[in-house]
Design a binder for this molecule. Structure first.
Ligand SMILES: [Fe+2]
Length: 120
């Protein structure tokens, strides 16, 4: 859930601003594809149980995609954004605010979980 929320907030707030500023569409396109790959694996995991024979491998590959993606952001995207004078402080604050909104929206599903727990 944290990964999904983080990716959505980045795509809505951080990526459009960085794409406009750094003029490196190839780098931003790669980031989009990595997000799509991670979301695909998250969707697969949501449809599986840990008993599924490829569950562990799917978790491992998701971790590898995320590790690679974070490395690319930290080593390529963020330095370019800094060089292009993107206001990362303002964007960071907007990103955190959007993440809180998305967490609150997701939080509405919690009473269902609570009811399930009580019925056990
Ligand atoms: Fe990202």
């Amino acid at each position: 859930m944290e990964l999904t929320i983080h990716a959505q907030a980045e795509e809505e707030i951080f990526y459009p601003a960085v794409r406009a500023a750094i003029k490196d569409n190839d780098l931003m396109d790669e980031a989009d594809v990595e997000h799509a790959g991670a979301k695909n694996l998250i969707a697969q995991l949501e449809a599986m149980t840990p008993a599924h024979d490829h569950y562990d491998a799917t978790v491992t590959v998701l971790g590898e995609i995320i590790d690679h993606h974070v490395k690319e952001e930290e080593e390529k995207m963020f330095p370019k954004a800094k060089k292009a004078k993107v206001d990362t402080t303002a964007l960071g604050a907007a990103l955190i605010q959007r993440k809180h909104e998305l967490q609150a929206e997701r939080g509405e599903a919690e009473p269902v979980k609570a009811r399930k727990a009580q019925s056990r």
